[in-house]
Design a protein around this ligand. Sequence first.
Ligand code: 5GP
Ligand code: ZN
Length: 136
Amino acid sequence: MTEKCIFCEIANGRIPSVRVYEDADFIAFMDINPTSDGHLLLITRSHYKTTSEVPDKQLAKALPLAKKLALAAQLGVGSEGYNILINNGPVSGQLVEHWHLHIIPRKDKSEFPMKAGQPADLTKLPFIAASIRDNL
Ligand code: 5GP
Ligand code: ZN
């Protein structure tokens, strides 16, 4: 894709990365600014912005691969669990607009990054669900 995409540059080797895995469709490498020891990024070799753009055939391979990498990361760094996270779009916190899946080994619950939710408004919930169902 464009020379401006840092993950395309990593995929084509123009920007170095510490790789742990690669195949015809995917590359996994160490995050340069890790949330925890062993934080990995799994990217598609091709440039897709979000999960919505990635072909289903590749997505079907992505989760088994993430599972394999997460188990290896967990054993590698001695963590007890992990987060698998995909940010989709800037409003979700996606900074690099090339599809990537985070694998973040977790040793300590206090590291957990997500804000606790608030109790749902039960009068609104069915309408929100309906608006989602209508778009399936
Ligand atoms: P996002 O917020 O887009 O889901 O996360 C992007 C991730 O990419 C961040 O965790 C960030 O540390 C990582 N990252 C950004 N630039 C580079 C880079 O040049 N090399 C590596 N290895 N990771 C990067
Ligand atoms: Zn790209």
